[in-house]
Design a protein around this ligand. Structure first.
Ligand code: FEO
Ligand code: CA
Ligand code: CA
Length: 610
């Protein structure tokens, strides 16, 4: 066994969960960070929310919450945002026209912006659940062009004003802030790839704009008040009308195939036909910046932050003021990235901070250190920074970054400098290379072959400065099932028979430095997943490693998306695709159609919850 494997074994040992105080014996780090953490996490006066009694897993078709908390429904797929529109019709399930004026489907990442007495919630509508949306078609799929346009209009972003009425949050219909952004909304392209040949298409001969954004998964926010929305599985919407079209390797790397995932967008818009418009694929897979308080502003695609299956965007400011963005690429064996701006942030001055900077991919070393490898023409041999920003996966492969078990959300503690990333699962680990041919051997942060449960990796930048190129890492948790396994699949010591879950995905540190974990896993409650129940949300204590189940979602949902009211007395949580296999009636109850929704959670005594 190599030294590294010994360290990993110790790290993930069920007998010895590694805590901050034993973190690799790095006394200088532990001392300062531990001190910060003890004020952050051990002192719970005024933070009673963390003292809840954990709840049991279950498979009921409702929201289950820890005692002392309550929830309300805020908004669901198809709810009109303007009073001119009728309420959602469960028979027809809407049309393109109604959908364009309503809350989109499959809500995911979100952020609340509060200014001058207005509360504006920006929410991603990641995709459409075809079997729910078209359950009234005999095929359960889009059958006509109108069907395709309807589903398209349910994608994008919903920006809605909300307000508190008698203690309950409601949507403000007709607010001047209400806005939908669609897969055909005009967007400016910014950064190194703007105007590059790779982005020149029939619809945009200058390569400087793109139509729309879709498959918007997780999110981020900037200190200057804008929303970041992250394009993830953009590939699933492209197809080829020419059966003989040879898919070039650079498309294969991004999972683009001759067939789409059932959306049929190429049947209504040639942009999605790769044999007719091959460069269109290069205009998707980015992070888009939106100003939610300026309803007429044009969104901006940020090519400087790279092109891959973006999960979320965790933006922090370095010690010297650089803007640092941590980003995961959610695909098997893909990489973890960091962007560091060339310029510095000072209040009000954002200039081009998300346009000019350096991209890096992470390498995790076998001694629990790690480094950020710059993606430049010099390190990759690629011809320009524009090319690196379009073919970012290829650039990261060229520098030898570490292949990861599907990096999902990244979050950084506002109290300490630690950063966590959910590695949701990877059935190919140790078995198959990634789509670029990079081997995926078992390695430190990805220690299990055919990993079906996932883990959360944590790192601290050297000097606790997010612009440092080096870091130390450990695993906050190796998720598993001690009910059915006694080897590594049982998980780390902070997993027990009471708090089991699988596939951590959404992740967010709250303002007190506690870690909220949301799952997008298998909900069979059988076999390897016995005892885990429906997808759920848990709270982790980074200092002690303790993880407690706080909420369980309805059947066949994913729990994803989290944000808070300005006063931290309301927590907003997303319930995505309840009943994706036809077995839920959330939120309407018996006989009603399952609909993705945002819920609000409050403490019964009205005190803070994050
Ligand atoms: Fe949209 Fe990787 O989750
Ligand atoms: Ca996700
Ligand atoms: Ca997911």
């Amino acid at each position: 066994m190599s030294d590294f494997n010994k360290i990993v074994e110790k790290l993930i040992s069920r007998r010895e969960f590694i805590t901050s105080s034993t973190f690799l014996g790095l006394n200088s780090f532990v001392f300062s960070s531990g001190a910060l953490l003890s004020t952050a996490c051990s002192e719970t006066v005024g933070r009673d929310y963390v003292n809840f009694k954990p709840i049991a897993s279950n498979t009921s078709d409702s929201i289950s919450l820890a005692e002392g908390f309550n929830w309300n429904l805020l908004v669901s797929w198809g709810d009109p945002l303007w009073s001119s529109e009728k309420k959602f019709n469960e028979e027809t399930r809407g049309s393109e026209t109604t959908q364009r004026k309503s809350f989109g489907d499959n809500n995911d990442g979100m952020a609340l912006f509060s200014k001058d007495g207005h509360n504006i919630l920006a929410v991603n509508n990641e995709y459409t659940d075809l079997s729910t949306m078209f359950g009234n078609n005999s095929s359960n799929k889009p059958e006509t062009k109108d069907d395709v346009f309807k589903a398209m209009a349910a994608h994008g972003i919903s920006i809605i004003e909300i307000r508190l009425e008698k203690g309950k949050w409601v949507v403000v219909k007709d607010s001047k802030f209400n806005r939908r952004i669609f897969p055909d909304t005009l967007i400016d392209i910014t950064g190194p790839a703007r105007g590059h040949d790779l982005l020149i298409t029939k619809s945009d001969p200058n390569g400087t704009s793109s139509l729309g954004t879709w498959n918007n998964c997780g999110n981020g926010r900037t200190p200057w008040g804008t929303y970041l929305t992250c394009e993830e599985n953009f590939n699933g919407y492209f197809s080829s009308s020419d059966k003989n079209f040879q898919i070039p390797p650079e498309m294969k790397r991004y999972g683009i195939k001759a067939k789409d995932w059932g959306y049929k967008w190429a049947t209504v818009d040639d942009r999605f036909d790769i044999s007719k418009n091959p460069n269109e694929v290069n205009k998707a897979g980015y992070i888009v910046e939106i100003d939610p308080l300026k309803p007429h502003s044009k969104p901006r695609k940020l090519t400087a932050l790279g092109r891959f299956k973006h999960e979320n965007a965790e933006l922090v400011i370095s010690k010297n003021g650089e803007v640092v963005v941590y980003m995961g690429d959610d695909a098997k064996g893909e990489f973890l990235y960091r962007y560091v701006s060339n310029g510095k942030y000072s209040n009000g001055d954002r200039a081009d901070l998300l346009e000019n900077g350096k991209m890096y991919a992470a390498r995790f070393n076998e001694n629990n250190t790690g480094e950020w490898l710059e993606l430049s023409t010099k390190t990759t041999g690629m011809s320009s920074q524009a090319e690196i920003c379009v073919f970012t996966r290829q650039a990261a492969s060229l520098v030898g970054a570490t292949t990861m078990d599907r990096p999902e959300w990244v979050s950084s503690s506002p109290v300490t400098s630690e950063v966590c990333c959910c590695l949701t699962n990877n059935k190919n680990r140790g078995k198959k290379p990634n789509s670029g041919g990079d081997a995926t051997p078992i390695n430190g942060p990805n220690p299990r072959k055919g990993n079906n449960y996932g883990q959360i990796v944590r790192w601290i930048p050297d000097n606790q400065d997010h612009a440092s190129n080096k870091f130390k890492w450990d695993l906050f948790v190796l998720v598993g099932n001690p009910k059915v396994h006694s080897d590594l699949r049982a998980g780390s010591k902070n997993i027990n028979k009471e708090n089991i879950f699988n596939s951590p995905d959404g992740l967010c540190f709250d303002s007190n430095g506690f870690l909220w974990i949301q799952t997008d896993g298998r909900y069979s409650n059988r076999g390897d997943y016995e005892g885990m129940g429906n997808n759920q949300m848990l709270l982790g204590n980074p200092q002690t490693g303790e993880i407690k189940r706080f909420m369980v979602g309805p059947r066949e949902c994913e729990v994803t998306g989290i944000t808070w009211s300005e006063d931290k007395r309301t927590l907003f949580v997303g319930i995505q695709h309840p009943g994706e296999r036809g077995n839920s009636h959330f939120p309407g109850g018996r006989y009603s159609l399952p609909r993705s929704s945002v819920i609000t959670i409050q403490k019964n005594d009205g005190s803070i919850i994050g």
